[in-house]
Design a protein around this ligand. Structure first.
Ligand SMILES: Cc1ncc(COP(=O)(O)O)c(C=O)c1O
Length: 387
């Protein structure tokens, strides 16, 4: 068999590998606390589940439009209006099987040899993987330069040249948990006026998971960028619906037909019945999300205080998402060694920083999508492991 050469360039998401390794240890009888996967540990909202069941009972089992049923796209625009007070044409909305396909399609639309795409490093690993796969040059934004891992607008603007086609941003950020305030995003949006040929992919999948009552500094705030702005969001994180494989994105008008072609070539359409559940999630009460954020707020404090109380570990306060990204250099280990030891000796599954970019050698990612009891026990086990 002769496989395509480009396959060598395709990366992966190692949180899934770590999960497989942890499951193997569990099968051998070892107790593991899972702090590696980026998924809320809560049930999906009941009204979303009920609406999906009802849709199935009513016979919504067939193919639907590749960009999503109009009712679902309209629900997305209602939510954007409610959250951000911005009017978006539902024809610019595409319902996707998860958040990931939006990044896949956006990067494929712009990436080819000779093109450059700017992306956060450390960042969600699929950005770099997909950029490399298309043959474009992956240009990293060093997210470790600021102590709080926030976005530095001047730095990003300085990376743009005549080959730059796309900038990928992610706020709040995975894996760092960093939250960048609106004034910096304003600065970046202003600076981008000088580069009218550069498109923006704003990954806002953690837009509803921000601490301290702060507002999401969405790119929808900048209508002057709408003709080159792609916003990625979805149901996975906000509504604890990761396994439903359901996401939405908003595209510049002139890209919609290309993206729909990708949808038709790849997945035809998103599961019809779950789109009714998706509408219910968006239009229904935010009780589940509020409950989740109450829990995440307590867990954030627990993990931030706990990690910083361990000698050799230095952790910034996460401003959003549900990740803590401490530097573990002071323990005498790099992130990879530390994560390995945690899994095998402390029974705690976490992800080394290098899974998110080469620069994060001294870091590890803890997901605090786990009960307070489990987080406390994990911290205790790590303390014991290091003593
Ligand atoms: C930054 C970021 N974007 C997108 C996604 C993908 O979300 P989905 O599971 O809906 O594909 C994730 C998932 O972890 C993420 O962390």
């Amino acid at each position: 068999m002769k496989l395509a050469k480009n396959l060598e360039k395709l990366g992966t998401e190692s949180a899934f590998k770590i999960l497989a390794e942890a499951k193997k240890l569990e099968a051998d009888g070892k107790k593991i606390i899972h702090l590696s996967l980026g998924q809320p540990d809560f049930k999906s909202p009941k009204h979303a589940v009920d609406a999906t069941k009802k849709a199935l009972d009513e016979g919504h089992h067939g193919y639907v439009l590749p960009n999503g049923i109009i009712e679902c796209r309209e629900a997305v625009t209602r939510k954007i209006k409610k959250l951000y007070n911005k009017e978006i044409d539902p024809e610019r909305v595409i319902i996707m099987p998860g958040g990931k396909p939006t990044m896949y399609y956006a990067i494929t639309l712009f990436g080819e040899p000779g093109a450059e795409i700017i992306y956060p490093d450390p960042g969600f690993p699929i950005y770099e993987s997909m950029i490399n796969y298309t043959g474009a040059k992956a240009v990293p934004i060093n997210m470790l330069e600021n102590k709080d891992f926030s976005i530095n607008p001047e730095k990003i603007l300085s990376l743009i040249n005549e080959n730059t086609r796309l900038i990928i941003l992610n706020n709040p950020n995975n894996p760092t948990g960093a939250f960048t305030e609106k004034n910096k995003i304003d600065q970046l949006a202003e600076g981008l006026k000088k580069f009218p040929n550069v498109a923006i992919l704003s990954d806002e999948i953690y837009s509803r998971q921000i601490f301290d009552e702060k507002k999401m500094p969405t790119f929808f705030n900048y209508p002057h960028l709408y003709d080159r702005l792609i916003v990625l969001d979805g149901w996975s994180k906000a509504y604890s619906m990761t396994g439903w494989r359901l996401g939405w994105s908003v595209w510049p008008e002139n890209l919609v037909e290309h993206v729909i072609k990708f949808c038709v070539n790849n997945h035809s359409c998103v599961n019809a019945a779950i789109q009714y559940g998706a509408i219910a999630a968006l239009d229904g009460p935010d009780d589940s999300l509020n409950f989740m954020m109450e829990k995440f707020t307590k867990r954030r404090k627990l993990i931030f205080d706990g990690l910083n109380s361990i000698k050799g570990i230095d952790c910034s306060l996460p401003g959003g998402a549900f990740y803590a990204f401490p530097n573990v250099k002071g323990t005498g280990m790099d992130g990879k060694e530390f994560a390995k030891k945690c899994l095998h000796e402390a029974g705690v599954a976490i992800v080394p920083g290098t899974s998110f970019g080469k620069k994060a050698i001294d870091y590890v990612r803890f997901s605090f999508a786990a009960s307070q009891d489990n987080i406390s026990k994990a911290l205790e086990n790590i303390k014991k492991m290091l003593s």
